[in-house]
Design a protein around this ligand. Structure first.
Ligand code: SOE
Length: 385
């Protein structure tokens, strides 16, 4: 494979972020895009100078030039499109969630295995240098065994009852919203750092706005439509909540999610308390890792690839002091994923979230919803159960 040709499905916030990040990789070409209508696909293709556009997913998948497909559509389309892509034998990078149910995601895992393709899910927060560094410190036992973990994923883009987006529509989003949309990132990132799965949960979720005012017409993620014509709709999915978790080695933890916390834009944090040190990371200040100690001064590691063992200069595009942000995390994910594509069928790189990881997150979300409904601890199904 000389130049790897990529097809993008979708035209929203995530599709645009994928296109931008892919454009920063060597040897990769964004060769085609598809959307629900030919007009939409054409408009985005022109905007981003993408050579080919299609008004149907099937046409894009059939294009023999395309090696890899990124699924950037709304959630309810993920399973059907992922299935078609895998059946075609092309490599797949899907936006999360992988599917609407864990039954569907299990089927996708089996299909990917039978086709021997590289299949990943876009859990991008693993791919910051200081998250990798936190993982290395924990895995090497630098601060001893982990006692307790806590954290947050807070946003405010759904604060008002006039804020609306397809994610509020259960049919298009799935039953869980704040947990599936952002809580899933917290779980994936922390499980990655600890290298341990969450096996049991106790959740307490809340819908702050059971009735919202939906503007007439489509509203993109993170955009607000202001005071236009609207209709009242019932919302069943959670705006916020807390979840206590147990990891497979018995470590206890808790995280909170909210999409209605004024002033919090994309506040994903984790704090891992180990025997002799506590590691704290915040996505809104991603180039620092705080290390708290009791008997010595606290430390703040700053992102400097010449000093970080887990994300050395060879992997980093920018030297220390040249700040990295959200688009870079996505780009780092793609570097890792495409390394696997280049070395497929025996991929040499596996720090991206695989289709199996995506399936586990589906099982985890279902356990969280069940726990909230039944107000009790619920075990997370694991593996191919
Ligand atoms: C909206 O909450 C959103 O775009 C999520 O869907 C993404 O996964 C997250 O990275 C940023 O916020």
């Amino acid at each position: 494979m000389s130049i790897i040709k990529v097809g993008i499905i979708g035209t929203g916030f995530s599709a645009k972020s994928h296109i931008e990040a892919l454009r920063r990789l060597n040897g990769i070409e964004v060769a085609a895009i598809s959307a629900s209508t030919l007009e939409k696909a054409k408009k985005t293709a022109e905007q981003f100078a993408i050579p080919k556009f299609y008004g149907s997913v099937d046409d894009l998948i059939r294009d023999p030039e395309i090696d890899v497909i990124h699924n950037c559509t709304p959630n309810y389309l993920h399973y059907h499109i992922n299935k078609k892509v895998l059946e075609s034998g092309k490599h797949l990078l899907s936006e999360k969630p992988l599917a609407m149910t864990s039954e569907e995601s299990r089927e996708l895992v089996e299909l990917a295995k039978s086709k021997n393709v590289v299949a990943g899910v876009c859990f991008n927060y693993r791919h910051y240098p200081l998250v990798a560094q936190a993982k290395e410190l924990i895995q090497k036992g630098e601060y001893g065994p982990v006692h307790f973990v806590h954290g947050t994923y807070l946003q405010d883009w759904l604060l008002y009852d006039t804020d609306y987006n397809w994610r509020l529509d259960t049919k298009r989003n799935g039953k869980s919203r704040a947990i599936a949309d952002i809580g899933s990132h917290w779980c994936d990132t922390v499980q990655y750092v600890l290298n341990k799965k969450i096996v049991e949960v106790f959740a307490d979720l809340k819908t702050v706005h059971p009735i919202r005012k939906r503007p007439i017409g489509e509203v993109e993620t993170f955009k607000s439509k202001g005071q236009e014509a609207f209709e009242e709709i019932q919302v069943d999915s959670e705006d916020c909540g807390s979840v206590m978790v147990h990891f497979e080695d018995g470590t206890h933890g808790v995280f909170v999610v909210s999409q209605v916390n004024a002033g919090r834009k994309n506040c994903l944090t984790f704090e891992i308390a180990a025997k002799s040190g506590t590691l704290y990371w915040n996505q809104e200040e991603p180039n620092k890792l705080w290390i708290g100690r009791r008997d010595e001064a606290n430390i703040e590691l700053v992102r400097d690839p010449s000093l970080l063992s887990a994300f050395p200069a060879s992997l980093a595009h920018y030297p220390g002091g040249h700040q990295e942000g959200w688009p870079d995390g996505l780009k780092n994910l793609f570097i890792d994923f495409y390394q696997a594509v280049k070395t497929s069928p025996n991929p040499s790189s596996t720090s991206f979230a695989t289709i199996e990881d995506g399936h586990h997150i589906m099982q985890l979300i279902e356990a969280i919803l069940k726990s909230n409904e039944e107000k009790r601890w619920v075990k997370v199904q694991t593996g191919q159960e």
